[in-house]
Design a protein around this ligand. Structure first.
Ligand SMILES: Nc1nc2c(ncn2[C@@H]2O[C@H](COP(=O)(O)OP(=O)(O)OP(=O)(O)O)[C@@H](O)[C@H]2O)c(=O)[nH]1
Ligand SMILES: [Mg+2]
Length: 342
């Protein structure tokens, strides 16, 4: 190894350790009206639901849990689906499966691009429907989860494999695409299985941004900074080569400058377009260009600590009233829109 390479390597390891914690000024509060309304509406419709598919993100097995769903789901039968499994290391699956089994949660891992993978959900739904044809003349499955975990993509995939029909739910790379509950979307003829899509619901106040800034928040600048911080701490992740830039850095400003130059993200007049570079970086991560990563610590103590900590704060009276009004408005809207999907 040349002296130059040795210096580069040692610089690289110093830089990787430059930040040992992630600082963020304030707690994050991103809980738009449609989420409140959606949560309320889910509760209202729950008595007509036979199975809840609680969708989470395999790259953040803990941080994609929203414990507000506990109140809504209650004792209803639940299947936990860790989606985007193609973007997470395969080795985490068994760990997560065991940790969730300790908490009585049945878990599946899915990738919405693979039919065989999503069919596992249909198998569970089918088994329930066939177990009591009188009780379940049609099985209604509600898909819930945090924003952007892939709920709508799952529904489309199930419709594709179940009845060979096209997209029924809108999907998108950014969180917050689905704004209201859908009508019942048919995904299987015999036994009859229907799915209900729901808007992603965020935790109303996140007291600990380190624990919660993962792939679901709206503030892209913070998310990009957090991502850089985490990527620097992963051994063996070479985001520089993946992006075609030289040398790692722990400074998000410097990093975005480099990336912006590389991809030609320029505003009129030649000034660097930081937002464009930020979005490019996040898209690359979401597309799995830095390899299969898991951003949560999954040793037994961390998992236990997660479940001990309550991140859930009750909604204020004002928020509840607002949610009620919004739910009424959206119910009328969705009823009108969804008739032709069943
Ligand atoms: N790699 C990968 N990407 C996925 C998978 N499932 C969904 N996606 C992508 O994730 C993004 C979000 O998908 P959506 O289905 O819109 O997510 P959602 O949970 O409905 O989001 P909201 O409606 O905003 O709550 C889209 O860009 C999808 O293409 C998956 O299994 N693997
Ligand atoms: Mg959606």
């Amino acid at each position: 190894m040349s002296t130059h390479d040795a210096v580069q390597m040692s610089l690289k390891s110093c830089l990787r350790l430059a930040r040992t914690s992630f600082e963020h000024e304030k707690s994050i509060s991103w809980f738009p009206g449609h989420m409140m309304a959606g949560l309320r509406e889910m509760g209202d419709q729950m008595r007509t639901v036979d199975l809840v598919v609680e969708t989470r993100d395999a790259r953040i097995p803990l941080s994609s849990i929203n414990r507000q769903f506990e109140q809504v789901i209650g004792s209803k039968r639940r299947l936990v689906v860790y989606n985007k499994a193609d973007l997470a290391p395969v080795a985490i699956q068994e760990v997560v499966r065991q940790e969730m089994a300790k908490r009585n949660q049945q878990v599946l891992f899915t990738n919405t691009n693979i039919n065989k993978s999503v069919n596992k959900i249909l198998d569970v739904a089918k088994a329930i429907a066939l177990s009591d044809a009188v009780k379940y003349p049609q099985l209604v499955v509600m898909v819930v989860g945090m924003p952007n975990v892939g709920k709508s993509s799952l529904i489309n995939a199930l419709r594709r494999t179940g009845i060979n029909k096209g997209k029924a739910a809108n999907t998108g790379a950014k969180p917050g695409v689905t704004r209201a509950l859908s009508g019942r979307i048919r995904v299987l003829e015999a036994p009859a299985v229907y799915l209900v899509d729901t808007p992603g619901v965020m935790i109303p106040h996140i007291p600990d941004p380190i624990a919660a800034i993962k792939d679901n928040i709206a503030d892209e600048a913070v998310l990009a900074d957090y991502l850089l911080f985490r990527l620097n701490r992963f051994e063996g992740v070479d985001y520089c080569s993946a992006l075609g830039i030289d040398g790692p850095t722990d400074d998000i400003g410097e990093f975005l400058q480099k990336l912006g130059k590389k991809i030609g993200a320029l505003r009129q007049g030649g000034e660097l377009d930081v937002d464009k570079a930020t979005q490019y970086f996040l898209r690359a991560f979401r597309a799995g260009r830095f390899g299969q990563l898991c951003l949560d610590d999954l040793d037994a103590d961390s998992v236990e600590a997660y479940f001990q900590r309550s991140t859930e704060l009750p909604l204020s009276k004002h928020q509840k009233a607002k949610a009620r009004r919004e739910a009424q408005r959206q119910r009328a809207l969705v009823r009108a829109q969804s008739r032709n999907l069943v």
